[in-house]
Design a protein around this ligand. Structure first.
Ligand code: ZN
Length: 250
C-alpha cells in the first residue's frame, strides 16, 4: 500500500536496509542501555531505526567509511528518544554527517564591544536548525557512562521543533509548561552553582553552558543512566518521562 501510494506520487519508498540477526546482536551489544526495553519495544525500535536509516541522507566526512554497523548504531540511538513520539519528530531536515572522532567548526562571534572573534571550536556533535546533524564516530565507544553524543544532538533536534533551542521542546497537551519550568529552572540553577564551585559532577558539566544544553545532557543521562538523573534531579526525570513517554528506570 505504501509502495503503491509512493509510486502514485512519483517517489519510490526508500528500500530498508537488510539486517541479519548477527548484525543486530553485534551492534546492540555496544548499546547496553537499551536493555530496559521490553521485547516488543525493542522490535519497534529496530523497525524505526531501519526506516530512519532509509529516509535520511548519510555522508561520511574526512574519509570515514560509513559501514552498515555505524549507520545501525547511530540509527538505534537516534530513534530511542522518539520511540513513542514517532519518526515524524525528525521532519524538516535530511542529513546525517559522520566524522571520524572530534571535529572542528570555525566560529565567528561578535563581543559586546563590536570586535569579531574567529576561532576553531572542537566538538563531538552539532545539530543545525533545519539542517543536518553532525556526529563524531569513535571506534571504541565506552560503555554506558551517561554520556551519549547521538542522543544529545537528537534531543537538540526535538528542542528545535518549536524554534531556537532553549531547553523547552514542544510539550504534549497532557503536560504543563509551568511544571516543566518548575522542574528545570531550579535544577539548572543548582547544577550551574555546583559547577561554578568546582564540584566534579557526575553529570557532564557542559550542561551548565545553557538551558538548551542542560536539556540535551539531561536527555542523555535519562536514557543512559536513569537512576543517576532520578537521584539528582527527580522532578527533571519526571518531566522527561512524560515528554519522551518512556520510563527507563522501570
Ligand atoms: Zn549541545
Amino acid at each position: 500500500m505504501l509502495n503503491a501510494l509512493s509510486r502514485l506520487f512519483g517517489k519510490a519508498a526508500p528500500a530498508l536496509p537488510d539486517v541479519g540477526a548477527a548484525q543486530w546482536a553485534r551492534v546492540e551489544a555496544g548499546l547496553p542501555f537499551l536493555d530496559y526495553l521490553a521485547a516488543d519495544d525493542r522490535a519497534r525500535l529496530r523497525a524505526m531505526a531501519l526506516e530512519f536509516i532509509a529516509r535520511k541522507e548519510w555522508h561520511g566526512a574526512r574519509g570515514i567509511r560509513l559501514t552498515p554497523d555505524i549507520q545501525l548504531c547511530i540509527g538505534l540511538q537516534a530513534c530511542l528518544p522518539v520511540l513513542n513520539l514517532g519518526l515524524d519528530s525528525y521532519r524538516g531536515w535530511v542529513g546525517v554527517i559522520v566524522y571520524p572522532g572530534d571535529f572542528v567548526i570555525p566560529r565567528r562571534l561578535m563581543s559586546e564591544d563590536g570586535v569579531v572573534h574567529e576561532f576553531d571550536d572542537q566538538v563531538a556533535g552539532e545539530a543545525w536548525e533545519g539542517g543536518p546533524v553532525l556526529l563524531s564516530w569513535f571506534d571504541h565507544p565506552e560503555d554506558a557512562d551517561g554520556m551519549n553524543v547521538v542522543i544529545h544532538e537528537f534531543a537538540h533536534k526535538l528542542d528545535m521543533l518549536n524554534g531556537v533551542p532553549d531547553g523547552l521542546p514542544p510539550l504534549h497537551e497532557s503536560m504543563s509548561r509551568q511544571a516543566w519550568h518548575d522542574a528545570f529552572e531550579p535544577a539548572y540553577a543548582d547544577f550551574c552553582a555546583r559547577v561554578d564551585d568546582g564540584e566534579q559532577t557526575w553529570i557532564d558539566p557542559y550542561a551548565a553552558e545553557h538551558p538548551a544544553e542542560f536539556f540535551a545532557v539531561a536527555s542523555e543521562v535519562f536514557f543512559e543512566a536513569p537512576d543517576l538523573l532520578h537521584a539528582e534531579y527527580p522532578a527533571v526525570y519526571e518531566q522527561l518521562k512524560r515528554f519522551y513517554r518512556q520510563d527507563p528506570l522501570r
